[in-house]
Design a protein around this ligand. Structure first.
Ligand SMILES: Cc1ncc(COP(=O)(O)O)c(C=O)c1O
Length: 461
């Protein structure tokens, strides 16, 4: 009896209290530690076998987690975690992530999840309003930018094929830039589409697309079904010329997708809003609340200008699903608009945090990342051993340590990780057809201050 999965006894209640105390501590703590690097073998030696026929007991498993496993991680909320695109979920969204879990709602169909789906729809409406896309545009939350991009690209190709039956057996082509995120290449692979990467180190725009187009054979031109623009490249924060790309797509009658997984949040920021002009003309738009909108993993989003096209592509059919589409239960079914059927209501934590704080706080918090990038650039310019690669774009700062080899950058990263001082990683930038290793800061976390930046710069000798 005491081994039954759903049995409630005193020990279960005590353990639940421990878990809640731990959660409370993590939601309110202010000084996270960067975990030290450790090998699998070392972890295994500390933890031993955890999956056994009899179970090791919740208390022991939780202790092992707290003592050995959690310390072997780098909290994304650390203010000196400036690698990749970091994240910084708000405390409100963390709280509500717990509520989302324990509410046990199936987030696919209105019939089952109406109340939770309503929360997501409220948050989605706000995201749509940021883009300026036309009336009727709407979207759903996904596991992240990769699945948002995949969901959109599949709709783009399906729509293209539906328009002309001759296209059915043809491999479509997607045009994109060198700065596009790696997920675009992966997703093209997944759907067996060809990728045409328009060369050039800066923004993708009308002229570069046109030039690339004219170099294609007329047969290949007929296979192009989409352009993927990036609104905030991951490496450099660059926003493509969305107006020019919109014109090109309009002229050629092809799908215009904008990947704003990282940069989309900056739509909120007055000083850079004009850089997004043209985004309102896209067919689909990716934005990741788990990046710069302070939402816990995993939470991406895809917005469509014409959601009916997405439904025609993604709505799954099955006799056991028919009831969910019956007229009397008519409501919004998020599963119909992306690649996943069963889904967590991952937009609920964002909804709660927005409802609690209001949208002005979001605007301020995103603006802070951009301001900090400008201040950090100033510190770098004043440093005699450092050199900016380019002025900051959005919240990304790229700079070199004069005289360093690629190996020096690596050693510096590992040393900071080992000593738990910061998590900053190098990247490569293309300069005159050569790739140079440089340091990259990406500011997302409103708790990161210019003092933290100075502390990191002080570790560069
Ligand atoms: C521009 C861009 N697109 C897509 C992605 C992929 O998003 P995810 O990691 O949420 O799948 C990223 C991730 O950094 C990104 O920066």
């Amino acid at each position: 009896m005491d081994k039954q999965l759903h049995h409630i006894d005193i020990a279960t209640i005590e353990l639940s209290l421990d878990v809640l105390k731990f959660a409370l501590n993590r939601i309110t703590f202010e000084n996270p530690e960067i975990g030290a690097p450790i090998t699998y073998e070392d972890l295994k030696a500390k933890v031993g076998d955890t999956i056994t026929p009899e179970g090791i007991g919740g208390e022991k498993a939780f202790d092992l987690y707290k003592k050995h496993l959690l310390p072997a991680t780098i909290p994304i909320v650390h203010p000196k975690h400036l690698a990749f695109v970091p994240a910084a979920p708000s405390r409100a969204s963390l709280m509500f992530d717990l509520v989302t879990s324990v509410s046990s709602i199936h987030g696919s169909y209105w019939m089952e999840g109406a109340g939770g789906i309503f929360c997501e729809m409220e948050a989605m409406q706000w995201l749509v309003s940021m883009t300026g896309m036309p009336e009727g545009s709407f979207g759903v939350f996904t596991t992240g930018g990769t699945s948002a991009n995949l969901s959109a690209i599949v709709v783009a190709r399906d729509t293209w094929r539906r328009l002309d039956p001759d296209r059915k057996g043809k491999k479509g082509i997607i045009m994109t830039s060198e700065g596009a995120h790696s997920s675009i290449k992966s997703m093209a692979n997944v759907i067996d589409a060809e990728l045409k990467v328009v060369s050039g180190e800066g923004k993708l725009g009308y002229l570069a697309l046109k030039e690339c187009w004219t170099q294609l054979s007329s047969e290949d031109q007929k296979r192009v079904f989409a352009v993927v623009a990036t609104a905030g490249t991951t490496n450099a924060g660059i926003i493509d010329d969305l107006k020019g790309i919109a014109d090109f797509c309009h002229e050629k009658e092809i799908w215009f997708h904008v990947d704003g997984a990282y940069g989309g949040a900056a739509l909120l920021v007055d000083s850079v809003r004009h850089l997004f002009d043209g985004v309102e003309r896209c067919d689909s738009f990716t934005i990741d609340p788990h990046k710069w909108l302070f939402t816990p993993y995993d939470c991406g989003a895809i917005i469509y200008k014409n959601p009916a096209l997405a439904k025609a592509t993604h709505a799954q059919q099955g006799s056991y699903l028919d009831i969910f589409n019956e007229k009397e239960m008519d409501g919004f079914n998020p599963s119909d608009y992306q690649v996943q059927l069963t889904r967590r209501l991952r937009g609920m934590p964002l909804w709660f945090s927005l409802a609690m704080h209001g949208t002005d706080v979001y605007k301020e918090a995103v603006t802070k990342g951009i301001t900090l990038a400008l201040e950090a650039a100033q510190l770098i310019e004043n440093h005699d051993k450092l050199e900016l690669i380019m002025p900051p774009n959005l919240s990304v700062v790229l700079f070199r340590r004069k005289g360093w080899t690629p190996d020096d950058y690596k050693k510096w990263t590992y040393k900071n990780h080992r000593e738990k001082t910061a998590f900053v990683t190098p990247t490569k930038v293309k300069r005159d057809n050569n790739y140079e290793t440089v340091i990259r800061f990406c500011f997302i976390n409103p708790d990161t201050s210019i003092e933290h930046v100075q502390q990191i710069l002080d570790t560069i000798d």
